[in-house]
Design a binder for this molecule. Structure first.
Ligand SMILES: C[S@@+](CC[C@H](N)C(=O)[O-])C[C@H]1O[C@@H](n2cnc3c(N)ncnc32)[C@H](O)[C@@H]1O
Length: 316
């Protein structure tokens, strides 16, 4: 392995992370990660899936905080993707960090739910399973090939309540004002928390300019997501980035613009994490951001940022 982290990124990390967490996070970029997957209850019963995987010679390990989350060794990934359970949509390979966002949103059967940046659809499928395929799930994705991949995955995973729209999420709030009980915005981001020193391509497009560019889009996506949410509704904003400009600063800007119409609420996270930042680059941020969560990466879990917001009143 000869790749190194982009120098500007490594320098920023020393300012973002507490000193006692830095070495662990740096080590995670070099780790060959074991593979987490989620059992899809829309297609199969967990006991039957696990029995099939064991019969195929795999040895799935449980995850303490979710009966549907399991892990196999990195070396077993290929074998996992060759099982009937995989190609029949009974399991979905999904990092544990990514599984946390739908759990924090907790969509209920019968609700109106919006997934504003949906492809390839891992979280859309997980939400449909949490809803028992009852209710309405709008899934938005503007990029054509990703939109078709999303549709394919939803179909393969047995999701029957999803309605897919090839649209720019920034327009959706104005088109469907205050229509949804819950909204997930798993925003397009710089993907810093997925950097992999074993795969230099994962870092090839990163630059401070890229962070600024996605932050601009994220700000408008979050306002659109909030406008689409009913008063009393719940929203989860997440990214796989460490950059405060893509995380706390985005939520801070929405709180600043909308005042007490939205509130950050605490969320239980069962993996290693730290509270969101309340200061960045010498600027104080809304103190509510301490309720947001920075999941710290290790040899299994990706880095992740997550905020849970509740809409207190109409923004019309
Ligand atoms: C982090 S990925 C979503 C991953 C997905 N939630 C999952 O779990 O499978 C972000 C997605 O947002 C899409 N995207 C980019 N610009 C967008 C926009 N203006 N509106 C909505 N989605 C957008 C990207 O193409 C990408 O598919």
């Amino acid at each position: 392995m000869t790749a190194t982290l982009p120098a500007a990124f490594a320098d920023r990390l020393t300012r973002i992370l507490p000193a006692d967490r830095l070495d662990g996070v740096l080590a995670s970029f070099a780790a060959v990660k074991d593979v987490a997957f989620r059992i899809n209850t829309l297609k199969a019963q967990p006991d039957a899936v696990l029995a099939g995987l064991r019969a195929a010679g795999l040895n799935p390990r449980p995850v303490a905080w979710s009966p549907l989350a399991w892990v196999v060794d990195a070396a077993a990934k290929r074998a996992l993707t060759e099982t009937p359970a995989f190609y029949q949509g009974e399991i979905y390979i999904q990092n544990l960090a990514s599984q946390l966002a739908p759990l924090a949103l907790a969509p209920q059967p019968g609700e109106m739910v919006l997934d504003l940046a949906a492809a390839p659809g891992g979280k859309t499928c997980q939400m449909a399973a949490l809803m028992g395929n009852q209710g309405w799930l709008s899934a938005v994705e503007p990029v054509r090939d990703r939109y078709f991949r999303l549709k394919h995955n939803l179909d393969q995973q047995g999701v029957s309540i999803a309605h897919c729209y090839q649209k720019d999420g920034r327009a959706v709030g104005a088109l469907t004002p205050e229509r949804f009980d819950r909204v997930l915005l798993d925003a397009p981001c710089s993907s810093e928390a997925r950097f992999d020193l074993n795969d230099p391509d994962s870092m090839a497009h990163w630059s401070p300019g890229k962070v600024r560019e996605v932050a601009h889009k994220q700000k408008r996506l979050l306002l659109s997501a909030i406008h689409a949410l009913k008063p009393g509704g719940v929203l989860v904003y997440s990214t796989c980035s460490f950059a405060p400009e893509e995380n706390e600063c985005i939520v801070h800007a929405a709180l600043h613009k909308l005042g007490d119409a939205v509130e950050v609420t605490p969320v239980d996270i069962p993996v290693l994490h730290q509270p969101g930042l309340t200061e960045w680059d010498g600027k104080m941020l809304n103190p509510q951001l301490a309720h947001s969560v920075r999941v710290l990466p290790d040899s299994l879990v990706d880095g992740f940022y997550l905020t849970r917001l509740v809409k207190q009143r109409s923004t019309q």
